[in-house]
Design a protein around this ligand. Sequence first.
Ligand code: SF4
Length: 292
Amino acid sequence: MATSPVSIPNTLAAVQDHTRVFQDLVYVYPVISRRSRGLSIGINLNPDKRCNFDCVYCEVDRRTPGRAETVNLPQLREELAWLVRYALEGGLATQPKFNEVPEMTRVVRDIAFSGDGEPTMVPNFDECVRVAIEVKQEFHLDDTKLVLITDSAGLDKLTVKRGLELMDGSRGEFWCKLDAGTEPYYRRVNRSNVKFERILANLLETARARPIIIQTLFLKIDGTPMPAAELEAYCGRLKDLTAGGAWIHEVHAYTIARPTPEPWATRLTAVELETIAAEVRRRTGLTVQTFD
Ligand code: SF4
């Protein structure tokens, strides 16, 4: 049974500061990620801030306008290669943001499709993956994972499926969101027009082909954690997926880390999160890691 990783405390400034803007780069940004256990280079495919979810806990500031509306592949390649080289040569280590963890900035643990929206919404996701793989190869980053952090709504698109297959051959890892066990709770937390059934079907199809990590944000709504019946339904969904042939490598359970626009959506305490995680382990038999 796994628990929170111990090596990277969440009090570090580099962990707290997950800004997706670094210098004048449009598509890439460096963060120290506890879940990545070190330096993660994010690829923001949604500088325009487009998303098909509207999560109550979303930290993306949508009051200020987005930037580029399409992904300029040559620019993405150039920026990614520049940032990788900068990290490997020790440039990031000299930045004030990383002065508590300079040694961590010289190893690129992963390159992650994440950012200000949902990465699978871009029309050419597979081409973006290809660019990341080429840069990995250029710098011989054989141990660097290629991570997709997704709300799971677009996993059934043809270009996305092609991208996933490319990732499979390049240490791909898939972190797929599932925040609810029922459609009403899903609508309350994720506020999406995408049907909950489609999310579940996408998870099943994706995880039949490769292992996935389920990432679930647990929170309080109006001061109340996920109700027991909802948690039971959530565990039931996980068991249904497993019984249907899904390979769920593990579950990442986390909570709100930074201020959200909705004051009634608040974080759990570490004890509350761990209590929920223990219940998920007990009901599903899955490995659950917590990140409070
Ligand atoms: S899926 Fe991510 S980017 Fe989209 S609204 Fe939710 S938290 Fe924000």
